[in-house]
Design a binder for this molecule. Sequence first.
Ligand SMILES: Nc1ncnc2c1ncn2[C@@H]1O[C@H](COP(=O)(O)OP(=O)(O)O)[C@@H](O)[C@H]1O
Ligand SMILES: N[C@@H](CCC(=O)OP(=O)(O)O)C(=O)O
Length: 375
Amino acid sequence: MTNGTRRRQCAVVKVGSSSLTDGSGVLAIAKMERLVKQIATLYREGGWHVVLVSSGAIAAGLGKLGWQRARISMPEKQAAAAVGQTALMEEYERLFAKEGLHVGQLLLTRADVEDRKRFVHIRNTVQALLRHDIVPIINENDTVAVEEIRFGDNDSLAGLAALVSEADRLVLLTDIDGLYTANPRTDPSAKRIEVVAEVTDEIERLAGGAGSVVGTGGMRTKLIAAKAAVRAGVEVVIASAETPDVLRRVLAGEAVGTRFLASPQPVSLRKSWLMHAPKPEGSLMIDEGAVRALLTAGGSLLVPGIVRIEGDFQEGAVVLLQSMKGEPVGKGITSFSARDLDDLLARRRAGEDLHNVHEVVHRNDMVLVKGANVR
Ligand SMILES: Nc1ncnc2c1ncn2[C@@H]1O[C@H](COP(=O)(O)OP(=O)(O)O)[C@@H](O)[C@H]1O
Ligand SMILES: N[C@@H](CCC(=O)OP(=O)(O)O)C(=O)O
């Protein structure tokens, strides 16, 4: 293997539980082997780096323990993941070693990606692994992730992995060869869509839930991931893991699966993170003039535009920007804590001119809600 001095393109490849297990939910080594061989070929011949987002821990654990998914509680699913994740990685390690490649394991929760510092640390680790031609293998940290901090399905995790990895492509491999006009399992007349130029509401309405007991989220979560990635300038393909040579063909631009074109005006990595990752820690209610400045004049948010503060947050927190009618206008990273902002508002009420105070939310640290209006 090379030492990574040549800049390769980077593809995040997500493989779902349904594509790694056999009919009884047990890890299918032959399927893993096919995938690993394809990734190794991309490294050797294709000039690509691959970040693999692999599901399969719970399925592997259930198979090993002889437990049935329908009969167990959440802690038992987490226990199954703890057993299955090591089995999964052991197989990947063995299979990639045969191809002369090292692997590195990253187990992440939503909270890890929502925290800006952790996001940056994850990004640095992924970049270091890629520089050394080590294949990062990502899964959700199922043993610590309960409802509030869970991705739950690995599609959303893959969308964020594409941002974290600064990927050029995101490939979602599943048990069906793309997005159809309806779920083909329930509607046999459904047709595959070859290219999606924009993930509109109409496209999102086509998607249904999971197609098997092992899968989670179905097309719905794949479209959410696709939407996040294309807005950040990453082309996305949903394809079947069973299609021969699927990765090489997808990355060569062949018409397999459904291709989602990258936005012609992508937003920066920082804004993409802001849009899709964090839950706001508080709200800033802003007046009409400020709403107009943000929406139509491309301005930053200044102290005089703020009417009320909700929540207790620190400097650097993500806050929701809301109109006085309570309508969301955007999200941003605040340069002041809630306490400092309270002080500033008190000084303004006392008649002080605060126009020269540093922006509260800088334009570059802000994303606006699509469809928000000036009223
Ligand atoms: N519009 C649609 N087009 C294609 N598949 C769909 C659609 N709506 C729902 N699905 C279902 O999504 C399933 C794939 O998602 P999922 O079961 O979560 O697999 P994975 O484990 O690969 O994430 C398909 O098997 C299919 O039944
Ligand atoms: N983290 C879980 C995967 C969750 C899941 O099923 O996701 P998916 O395969 O995308 O439907 C596991 O490894 O079992």
